[in-house]
Ligand binder design. Structure first.
Ligand code: CTP
Length: 393
């Protein structure tokens, strides 16, 4: 496995080493980190030095950590740690960690009797600002101790990424639309499209990683949104519901990025009863027969609506095109009144729906064109957000 993102030392403390540490070590490595583990004396009661060695490929690190382990490009991840265990760290050891150039991240473990908001206040009071606090997001069963609430391995990995990432969207509110919409014909059938929501998920993940508070209004997704602090999902089904939810959440947004593949047409009427096949023979036509041609109505255009507002957030649109990309993209940018328009050719392999990559060209209102190479969708999101940050100044 190639470890390209950097090095992490996990300090495992207490019985969490049995349950929380193994998936954390594996997920850190899958994400691209070279990982080793130091077990505190209380964790050493529950494990042997061989277990971490097996999972990381490195012998267990010494505890307390030697100065050589406290380098600027290494994150020290204390996960999980109860408040009492944190208090019990020898004062000089804590001081030595805090004086070091290493990144410090702690994942507080809240016990069944703790009130999360009070416990987190106490943590913020106790831990110096040098510690990034990975918020508790997942219930982890710890046998006799009951369920502890602690940052999931996914959240811990994300906090290591956040430690490495400039917070250039801190304090910004970003609204994203993602995925397809579904337009119901009857209780069984509906009209939709091939969007999975992956591009919207990438934009949400990277914007939240850079410090933004992100709201994602999304249709039925086949690629789930990242379940991470800083990302608020608002599920909807139809284009009209997406329009209403965007309207309701637009207040105080600095940026709106509309990458949903919104259905342009919906059935003119919805049938409460399942429509029947129309091989009626001589039987008279009823309201519950599937018509030979489905009458459609236009859905509201969310992007064009936002583009017509004043004031309005900084507006980023997408354009899925199969021909005359540049011409269509420029027209869409002007017609819908957006600031940036990200166009992609859906006929090109590795670009568009249901793949991990995309090749996007970004058009700006002032006429600039940024042609991005084919990239992983997270990297596409990064480049688009770079342009947003640059424009916001
Ligand atoms: N969009 C929207 N509401 C709609 C239709 C599209 O907000 N009812 C947004 C999309 O989220 C995207 C942009 O408009 O940001 C362009 O969407 P696209 O499907 O490429 O274009 P359409 O306007 O639907 O035009 P056409 O299908 O004719 O290309």
């Amino acid at each position: 496995m190639k470890f390209t993102l950097g090095s992490v030392t996990v300090i495992a403390d207490g019985p969490g080493v049995m349950v929380h540490t193994p998936p954390l070590l594996l997920q850190l490595q899958q994400a691209g980190y070279d990982v080793d583990v130091a077990a505190t004396p209380s964790a050493a009661l529950f494990t042997t030095p061989y277990a971490p060695a097996l999972l990381t490929g490195h012998p267990a690190a010494r505890w307390p950590l030697p100065d050589t382990a406290l380098t600027p490009n290494r994150a020290i991840l204390l996960a999980p740690s109860s408040l009492n265990a944190f208090k019990a760290l020898p004062a000089n050891e804590r001081q030595r960690l805090e004086n070091s150039p290493a990144g410090l991240i702690v994942a507080p473990a809240l016990l069944p009797d703790d009130t999360p908001s009070d416990a987190l206040d106490e943590w913020r009071h106790l831990a110096s600002p040098r510690w990034l606090i990975a918020p508790p997001t997942a219930h982890t069963p710890l046998g006799a101790l009951g369920d502890i609430l602690v940052a999931s391995p996914e959240t811990c990995v994300e906090w290591v990424r956040r430690w490495q990432t400039p917070q250039d969207l801190a304090g910004r509110r970003i609204l994203i639309t993602a995925g397809p919409t579904a337009e119901d014909i009857d209780p069984v059938r509906y009209l939709t499209n091939r969007s999975t929501g992956r591009m919207g998920g990438s934009l949400a993940r990277i914007a939240a990683r850079r410090g933004a508070a992100v709201t994602v209004v999304h249709g039925p997704l086949s690629c789930p949104l990242p379940d991470l602090p800083g990302i608020t999902p608002v599920p909807v089904r139809s284009a009209q519901q997406m329009f209403d939810a965007v309207d309701a959440h637009l207040n105080h947004c600095d940026v709106a990025i509309l990458c949903a593949a919104v259905a342009d047409y919906a059935p003119a009427t919805y049938s409460e009863l399942k429509l029947k096949k129309s091989d009626r023979g001589d039987r008279p036509h009823t309201l519950w027969d599937m018509p030979d041609a489905l009458p459609l109505r236009r859905t509201p255009d969310i992007l064009a609506h936002l583009g017509s507002l004043s004031p309005r957030p900084f507006l980023v649109g997408f354009a899925a095109e199969s021909d005359h990309i540049e011409e269509n993209a420029r027209l869409k940018l002007m017609r819908k009144g957006c600031d940036l328009l990200c166009a992609n050719d859906i006929t090109e392999p590795g670009s568009g729906f249901a793949v991990h990559t995309n090749r996007v060209t970004v058009f700006t209102r002032s006429g600039d064109i940024h042609r991005l190479p084919q990239l992983d969708k997270d990297d596409v999101a990064r480049k688009i957000l770079d342009l947003v940050v640059q424009a916001l100044g």
